[in-house]
Design a protein around this ligand. Structure first.
Ligand SMILES: Cc1cc2nc3c(=O)[nH]c(=O)nc-3n(C[C@H](O)[C@H](O)[C@H](O)COP(=O)(O)OP(=O)(O)OC[C@H]3O[C@@H](n4cnc5c(N)ncnc54)[C@H](O)[C@@H]3O)c2cc1C
Length: 440
């Protein structure tokens, strides 16, 4: 059973247990009984969905290396919508149910619940925090916020998890006087928070103390692209593979607080790591000025865009713009397996933007790989119709359907090429994509 099915099975089992917990001892005939019951059930499911969100974003290496951080982030985002709606439903139905039970007005019931019922104030704070996180994660709000500001607000969700939990175990009717239910709930939350603490704090701390990364050199690849070479101790023990990325934090004044994802642009050789970065905004543009010797903290390796995903002997690598970075590292790994049949398409606007092209040509020559550099604006039409359209891809690589396709580029390009691959009949399981953007 693969990681996806393990995860689905685990969620299904927990949903069943939660439903079972709830079914025990509910009086639907009492005034407001039905409303309260719906309120409790939505509350339990909302809490369960929140736990799932924690696990999805925990960056647990076992899960992450199989499913990829981009997919986990996307699922985390979808689950987030369910959390918000389930918790809103919980608040609305519970309030209406208790108001009917007490024969009071809805507003009066809100006052009684929040100010005169143990731990409901904590729950109310958790509710507001979740709403703030939900609203700032909506697409329109995300576009207006700096990534770092959004991320900071997003961290409030952890506080909401803890406050919500305290309220559940102190007044949740499904846990009071139900030792097995309480044990289950404590274990569930303990495990989820433990996984987050180990994967997001413990493991990066241990690795950074062990490897003590530093910038070795900075090389300009083009006017807006630089490569940064990083060294450290015992790098051979770092379980990084070609195609993966880290979240990099350069410890300089003014930038230590931002961590950016950058892929390795060379296969890790146990002595050095290299990243190649295009200046897109403030965070990436200043890297040009980072000094050799600067301390670096790295979180990772992350990503499932590796040779481990491979299903075929024949491979097509497709890179769009700076998406060439993990493709360059993968090609280096494939060069080692000399019997592979490799083709590579590198899409860039101009030859100046086709950074690392010489390195690709040199590597391709080592293993007899065919390489196509496709230049021109995104709207360009060539002999075979639109550039990177179905006819164009099929003309360059006629046996494309029989290959694994590794595709990396900016989201727009990656999505367009992915549809073209589907049109050409390349099975989904043979397509491996890195989009250079997490779920927005
Ligand atoms: C898995 C992955 C691998 C990547 N590898 C490379 C690479 O090898 N080379 C390269 O040049 N670029 C790479 N990128 C893109 C790179 O991370 C962004 O261009 C960079 O973070 C932009 O930061 P900025 O402050 O310069 O720009 P901004 O103008 O602040 O942001 C530009 C875009 O990048 C996003 N972004 C900003 N900061 C982060 C962050 N910390 N985490 C996630 N997204 C962020 C923003 O949401 C926005 O969409 C990769 C992205 C991902 C998701």
């Amino acid at each position: 059973m693969n990681a996806r099915w393990w995860l689905f099975a685990l969620v299904g089992l927990n949903a069943a247990w939660v439903t079972d917990l709830f079914v025990l001892g509910h009086e639907l005939d009492a005034p407001g009984g039905m409303l309260t019951a719906v309120g409790r059930l939505t509350g339990l499911y909302g809490a369960l969905a929140l736990v799932l969100q924690l696990v999805l974003i925990s960056r647990l290496p076992w899960l992450e290396s199989r499913l990829g951080l981009d997919r986990l982030t996307l699922w985390h985002r979808w689950t987030g919508f369910w959390v918000v709606w389930l918790v809103v439903a919980h608040v609305v139905f519970i309030t209406l149910g208790y108001a009917a039970q007490d024969g009071s007005s809805v507003l009066g019931e809100v006052g009684t619940l929040v100010f005169h019922t143990d731990d409901v104030l904590l729950a109310a704070i958790a509710f507001v925090l979740l709403l703030v996180v939900g609203v700032t994660s909506a697409r329109a709000a995300r576009r207006r916020l700096r990534y770092e500001s959004w991320h900071l607000v997003h961290l409030l969700a952890y506080l909401a998890v803890v406050l919500g939990f305290l309220h559940q175990v102190s007044i949740g009717q499904d846990f009071i006087g139900a030792p097995v239910g309480r044990l289950y709930w404590w274990s569930l939350y303990g495990l989820a928070l433990g996984v987050v603490a180990v994967s997001r704090i413990g493991l990066p701390l241990v690795r950074n103390l062990r490897h003590r990364l530093r910038v070795e050199s900075v090389v300009a690849e083009s006017p807006d692209v630089v490569s940064v070479v990083i060294t450290g101790r015992a790098l051979g023990m770092l379980p990084a593979r070609a195609g993966q990325f880290f979240l990099w934090r350069f410890l300089t004044r003014g930038h230590w607080w931002e961590a950016h994802p950058y892929s390795l642009s060379a296969m890790p050789d146990g002595r050095r790591l290299r990243i190649t970065v295009k200046a897109l905004g403030d965070g990436s543009a200043w890297l040009r000025h980072v000094r050799p010797g600067t301390r670096v903290l790295a979180e990772g390796p992350y990503g499932a865009f590796t040779a481990r995903r491979r299903t075929r002997r024949k491979v097509l690598l497709i890179a769009g713009g700076v998406g060439v970075t993990p493709v360059r590292a993968l090609l280096e790994e494939f060069v080692a397996g000399r019997r592979d049949d490799i083709a590579l398409i590198y899409r860039a606007s101009t030859s100046r933007d086709a950074v690392l092209a010489d390195e690709l040509r040199w590597l391709a020559a080592q293993c007899g790989a065919r390489i196509f550099v496709v230049l021109g604006p995104s709207t360009a039409i060539g002999r075979f119709g639109p550039m990177m359209g179905p006819q164009h891809l099929a003309a360059m690589v006629p046996d494309i359907r029989h290959r694994d396709v590794y595709l990396c580029g900016p989201p727009g390009m990656a999505d367009a090429v992915r549809s073209t691959l589907a049109e050409l009949g390349v099975p989904d399981r043979q397509c491996h994509t890195e989009r250079f953007a997490f779920a927005a």
